[in-house]
Design a protein around this ligand. Structure first.
Ligand SMILES: C[S@@+](CC[C@H](N)C(=O)[O-])C[C@H]1O[C@@H](n2cnc3c(N)ncnc32)[C@H](O)[C@@H]1O
Length: 425
């Protein structure tokens, strides 16, 4: 890891210079913001962070051709000539992204994953490109994010309200993705095992099943001495117990089985489902796979968050912290290093701190944002480059977390490095 707050060098040429004035907090802060071209930055980072990054998130220019705070138009080739041909514009975008994605792969840990936000302009090209760089077998999923709440009335036929998050693993066999902790519903009862097993809910032990099994159709003796049959009727060959005879014996001995009498005096048998153990009394964390549709993190939210921090609009389409938190929960543990090399207004840094604050983590971030001039004059007066917006956003985000409160353990500082020399793609 980078320890010294001096310069990062590559060969004889000094390429990045530490900027103590723009940095925040202790000089050994593990979080970095690099103000410069990401291709150059990725190559520098390789010296210290090869295979050290658990999660990369990028939100590159989508190539919409529109005018934002930052350049989102790759119709002009790097030689400055305008290409009116459709394919030309995609080619320029392709070359620009390809070289950077290629360089970033080396930084990913063997169990790491990369997420790329993208929309319909380039998603098809991005998939092909990532297949080439990461290998088709390392494709994990293309998730769909609801990007807009209100359908745009100026759309001709279909108002597009989504974009994508494409996910690849460095190596799908080694990748570590977390599952989503379940929302526990109905666990309202408590018994003498609550300390270890948590609360429980009751489920009926019998079920009407098209797959009848004789071995699961047997009488259970209730505490009052009566026999209870699945479905209440020994003749009914559609009902069975869910558990075998032996398992029910074990369940009775270990407090898993409950008998309930209905008004007509008949017994029913239930089993307890606990919060923290499975039905063999072994510890278990209840989880579900993450869904491929991401809701609750639209652009409106990202705009609101950033406007609240700056008291005015300073950047177009910052991603909401909520989106980044979902991805961080999926792909990191509490000590992971996270890289975003199209950092924009620094949402990833903000999200890393917010999640650390919530779960006691010590994740670190590395943000790279080019020092391109801000396209709008009134914003450029305060923030001449997009990198200035990024640095200021993360500085303002730090002030949201009270170091004396929960989550105060974490490093709310960052070191800024500035590129001195440029290297073209
Ligand atoms: C879509 S925005 C990212 C927004 C960001 N995810 C956020 O939430 O604020 C893309 C960003 O990539 C930056 N960018 C474009 N080319 C770059 C390069 N070569 N190196 C670093 N950043 C670059 C742009 O300036 C822009 O800020």
């Amino acid at each position: 890891m980078l320890a010294e707050p001096t310069e990062i060098s590559s060969g004889t040429a000094t390429l990045l210079e530490y900027d103590p004035t723009a940095s925040l907090g202790k000089s050994d802060a593990g979080n970095l913001i690099i103000a410069g071209d990401n291709l150059v930055a990725l190559k520098w980072l390789l010296e210290d962070y090869a295979t050290a990054i658990r999660m990369i998130y990028i939100d590159p220019p989508y190539n919409t051709g529109k005018r934002f705070t930052f350049r989102d138009n790759f119709i002009t080739a790097s030689d400055g000539k305008s290409s009116s041909a459709e394919a030309g514009s995609h080619d320029v975008w392709w070359n620009f992204i390809f070289s950077r994605l290629h360089a970033s792969r080396e930084l990913l840990a063997e169990d790491g994953v990369i997420f790329v936000s993208i929309d319909d302009n380039e998603v098809h090209n991005l998939r092909r490109m990532m297949d080439q760089i990461f290998g088709g077998s390392n494709f994990v999923a293309t998730m769909i994010r609801q990007s807009g709440i209100a359908p745009r009335q100026d759309a001709r036929f279909i108002a597009v309200q989504h974009d994508y998050v494409v996910c690849y693993a460095k190596d799908s066999k080694k990748m570590k993705l977390n599952r989503k902790p379940s929302e526990l519903k109905g666990f309202v009862h408590e018994d003498e095992y609550a300390d270890v097993r948590g609360r429980y809910r009751l489920n009926k032990l019998d079920r009407g099943s098209i797959r009848y099994s004789e071995s699961l159709d047997y009488p259970i003796e209730a505490p009052d001495g009566t026999e209870v049959w699945p479905g209440g009727n020994p003749e009914d060959k559609k009902w069975t117990w869910r558990w075998s005879k032996n398992k029910v014996e074990w369940g009775r001995e270990n407090g898993f089985i409950v008998f309930k009498k209905s008004r007509d005096g008949k017994n029913s048998v239930y089993f307890k489902e606990y919060e923290h153990v499975d039905n063999k009394a072994q510890p278990r964390i209840r989880t579900n796979p993450y869904p491929s549709i991401i809701r609750g993190a639209p652009n409106e939210k990202g705009n609101r968050e950033l406007n609240a921090l700056f008291k005015s609009r300073v950047f177009d389409y910052p991603k909401p912290v909520a989106l980044l938190k979902i991805l961080l929960k999926m792909a990191t543990d509490k000590n992971s290093v996270v890289l975003d090399f199209f950092a924009g207004a620094g949402s990833t840094g903000h999200a890393v701190w917010e999640l650390n604050n919530e779960d006691g983590g010590s994740r670190k971030f590395i943000l790279v944002q080019i020092d391109e001039p801000v396209q709008e004059e009134n914003i450029a007066l305060d923030f001449p480059t997009v990198a200035d917006i990024c640095i200021e956003r993360v500085r303002r985000a730090a002030a949201l977390f009270d170091p004396s409160q929960k989550g105060g353990h974490q490093d709310l500082g960052f070191r800024v490095y500035r590129a001195l020399a440029r290297q073209s793609a």
